[in-house]
Design a protein around this ligand. Structure first.
Ligand code: SF4
Ligand code: ZN
Ligand code: ZN
Length: 348
């Protein structure tokens, strides 16, 4: 909710339109945008500090979180020392939802001058997420998550980036983390760490610089920046009662004690997740015998699933398709511009 009409922006003295409750700040539109970019810049610096992260790949689904993240990263590119920023969109083949997502993601990258690798699961594999889920008899979201992780990592390796940047915001991360703690299933918790270190030639470092950023701040950011984002939800999206209850609990705690979620997220990231992610990574550092991607026992989950569906592991074929797409992107960048990921006019 915005502040009363007479309240002034803490940065410039003009009328404030945004109340940032957890920071006790009233800001005008322009300074809210600057404030949020500054927060992401600090979070990114905290994650990147011991590493040299200059070339990044941003997974752009077309939703407000990833589109805002891309816009923020391009806005802070020089301050963050980012030399190259690439976008990646995966068309999951989920009907009109995927069609709109592809159009939005492409538009976001084009507007910001970010080279975009757009891949269609159906082109790579012959099947989209709905058919793959049906054929493997697994829930759509579990298949989808695994396929996305595989493709994002493969594209990151092919481009040789220093890190993949993911747009998971704090509210979602906390709900997932608390649910895992409640159910005692800690195996997936490490996947939510703000920083998941990579393994040379096998696994690209993953960072989540929105792990202390509220969903509502991203919604406001995308609205104030006039960003086009996907309107509807994926037809497979489903929130179980536990997640809904935890989201509600977090909202109430935040209302009582503004900033509660930030402290909780920081504590989980600092004290719990690093230990879990270390263990998880050590167990997944063996190359798949078919495709060379990370696995825990010599066959990666993508090859295992596709072997079941197609009768043969499809990892090598998909990796070839990705290689060809990256070569095409490089060729078009060489023709159209001097430097992939260089700032474009209108990107600010
Ligand atoms: Fe994939 Fe599930 Fe998300 Fe849909 S809701 S995009 S199927 S993970
Ligand atoms: Zn201002
Ligand atoms: Zn494999």
């Amino acid at each position: 909710m915005g502040p009363e009409g007479s309240v002034k922006c803490a940065r410039c003295g003009r009328p404030a339109r945004v109340r940032v409750q957890y920071a006790k700040l009233n800001l005008c539109d322009e300074h809210f945008i600057e404030y949020l970019r500054g927060r992401v810049l600090r979070l990114l610096a905290r994650l990147a500090r011991p590493r040299d992260i200059r070339r990044v790949l941003v997974a752009v689904s077309g939703g407000k979180d990833s589109v805002s993240l891309l816009d923020i990263l391009v806005g802070i590119r020089e301050l963050a020392g980012l030399k190259e920023v690439y976008g990646l969109h995966i068309d999951l083949g989920i009907g009109s939802y995927s069609e709109e997502s592809l159009a939005v993601a492409k538009e976001a990258c084009e507007r910001l001058g970010v080279p975009c690798v757009a891949l269609s699961l159906r082109d790579l594999l012959g099947l989209g997420v709905p058919e793959l889920a049906k054929a493997s008899r697994r829930p759509a979201c579990s298949v989808c998550g695994m396929v996305k992780r595989y493709i994002i990592n493969a594209v990151g390796l092919e481009l040789g980036v220093d890190a993949v940047v993911l747009g998971h915001h704090m509210d979602d991360i906390l709900v997932f983390a608390l649910k895992d703690l409640f159910t005692g299933d800690l195996r997936d918790l490490s996947k939510l760490a703000p920083l998941s270190p990579g393994v040379d030639g096998l696994l690209v470092t993953r960072i989540r610089p929105l792990y202390e950023v509220y969903e509502q701040d991203l919604a406001l950011y995308s609205a104030l920046r006039g960003l086009r984002v996907v309107g509807g939800s994926c037809p497979f999206k489903h929130e179980d009662f536990l997640k809904a209850a935890l989201r509600d609990l977090l909202r109430k705690l935040e209302e009582e004690a503004p900033g509660f979620e930030i402290s909780l997220s920081r504590r989980i990231a600092r004290d719990l997740l690093p230990r879990l992610s270390q263990g998880a990574q050590e167990g997944s550092a063996v190359p798949c015998k078919y495709c060379g991607m990370p696995s825990s026992n010599g066959v990666c989950s993508f090859c295992r699933l596709t072997e079941k569906v197609f009768g043969r592991p499809m990892g090598p074929i998909v990796r070839e398709g990705i290689k060809a797409a990256v070569l095409r992107l490089r060729a078009s960048s060489a023709t159209n511009g001097p430097h992939p990921g260089a700032p474009a006019s209108g990107a600010r």
